[in-house]
Unconditional design. Structure first.
Length: 139
């Protein structure tokens, strides 16, 4: 299989998530305009990527009500609510992680309670990510 073809689908998904609702067309973008209703205040795009972007996955999350493709939307929204939208203040589960160095980068962009969110952090491995962020990046 051609390397360019192998990367085309993940890169297209990344571009679509980065573009946000505008990529869905004018009607969808208008639905997400500031002040367009309660959904506009809590729309987030979450992603996790491996070392040197060897892999990538992402989901959209709306929290009023908790919907989207996130498999644990309600728990993720509750965790973000407890942290008052501060991704650096998220709390995961306490536990021991191995010292295996396999970095993962988590990112969140969008809006929370009308406030713009642009957050990114690299963790030593997936266990450290989960210990720090709980259900938010568990997808």
């Amino acid at each position: 299989m051609n390397a360019a073809r192998t990367l085309a689908a993940p890169l297209a998904l990344l571009a679509a998530l980065a573009a946000g609702p505008a990529a869905l067309g004018p009607a969808a973008a208008a639905d997400r305009a500031p002040g367009a209703g309660p959904q506009a205040a809590d729309h987030l795009q979450l992603s996790v990527s491996g070392s040197e972007r060897t892999w990538w996955r992402g989901v959209e999350l709306d929290c009023r009500p908790p919907v989207g493709r996130h498999p644990r939307a309600a728990r993720a929204c509750a965790a973000i609510e407890r942290a008052r939208g501060d991704f650096g203040a998220l709390r995961g589960r306490a536990g021991m992680c191995t010292a295996v160095h396999d970095p993962v980068t988590a990112a969140a962009t969008g809006t929370w309670r009308g406030r713009r969110i642009e957050w990114r952090r690299t963790y030593g491995n997936a266990c450290e990510l989960e210990s720090a962020t709980g259900p938010v990046f568990r997808f």
